[in-house]
Design a protein around this ligand. Structure first.
Ligand SMILES: C[S@@+](CC[C@H](N)C(=O)[O-])C[C@H]1O[C@@H](n2cnc3c(N)ncnc32)[C@H](O)[C@@H]1O
Length: 264
């Protein structure tokens, strides 16, 4: 179990964390030539942002995550949406060799997608351990879902960051694997361990958040042991509301980057 995404954080994640535009799923389907007979793994699947919509494109999806609360909510989302070909497995990147043993000798995975989660994993070991599990043309997709709310290039985002830095008494610089240098590091590792045709595709769009969506999304990104307790959340939210420009909606420019590599 991870402390970061348990309890209320998982609930906020399921309700408020942005999903992925259809073009991201199209890019994955095209690059790996996904077909209705394929099996894919979504590692660090969270509440199913990628696993659930991917399910309609393949035979079966395995959603794997070490946090039981995230996994439970992913499963519930799948059931609500009538997705009957997803299997939810409690496990971390270090459990990939055990998954490989379950899958057997014939390489059977068309893709392993890691959305917004690789920065918690030993990525070099993971890329290497996944290699023998892929069918021809299968491989890894590392998806970064835009810049964190408090690191964006806008007045409201800068104000949010200042307010949060004052509250948590720390500088907030971690890009959670979304920065260009993270992507380049992952790309170099993919090539070094033997993946071919390593490339990046980017999907950009503008989104508008209400304050409720902004604060819900923010709560989904605060580690569970630092999330203000329910009784203090209204005051915390008021403090943030006062610090932000007095706008009804907050525009964010979202750039989803998809780093791809496959076996020859
Ligand atoms: C920010 S969420 C991403 C969820 C979803 N993939 C998405 O794109 O929105 C990160 C997820 O990674 C999971 N995680 C953390 N450490 C992990 C590890 N070592 N192996 C696999 N998943 C991990 C967390 O439990 C959490 O559900």
């Amino acid at each position: 179990m991870t402390v970061g995404f348990s309890g209320d954080v998982a609930e906020y994640y399921a309700r408020f964390r942005r999903g992925y535009p259809e073009q991201v799923l199209d890019a994955l389907a095209e690059y790996f030539a996904l077909d209705p007979d394929d099996l894919v793994l979504d590692l660090g699947c969270g509440t199913g942002q990628l696993a659930v919509p991917l399910a309609s494109r393949v035979r079966s999806v395995i959603g794997m995550d070490p946090e039981p609360d995230m996994l439970r909510l992913a499963r519930e989302a799948a059931l609500r949406q009538g997705v009957g070909n997803a299997t939810w497995v409690l496990g971390a990147d270090s459990d990939v060799p055990a998954l490989g043993a379950l899958l057997g000798r014939a390489p059977s995975l068309a893709m392993t997608v890691v959305g917004q989660a690789l920065h918690w994993m030993r990525h070099e070991d993971l890329f290497r351990e996944l290699l023998p599990l892929f069918r021809a043309g299968g491989g890894v997709a590392v998806v970064a879902n835009g810049t964190p709310l408090w690191l964006q290039d806008s007045a409201w985002s800068r104000a949010l960051r200042m307010r949060l830095e004052r509250h948590f008494e720390t500088e907030l610089t971690a890009s959670c694997g979304t920065a260009e240098q993270d992507r380049l590091r992952y790309a170099r590792t993919l090539e070094a361990v033997g993946y071919a045709d390593v490339r990046t595709t980017t999907v950009s769009y503008d989104d508008e958040l209400t304050f409720e969506e902004l604060i819900g999304s923010l709560y989904s990104a605060i580690p569970a042991n630092q999330l203000p307790p329910p009784s203090r959340r209204p005051a915390f939210a008021d403090g943030i509301r006062e610090a932000l420009p007095q706008e009804e909606r907050f525009t964010e420019h979202v750039e989803v980057s998809v780093l791809l590599g496959r076996v020859g």
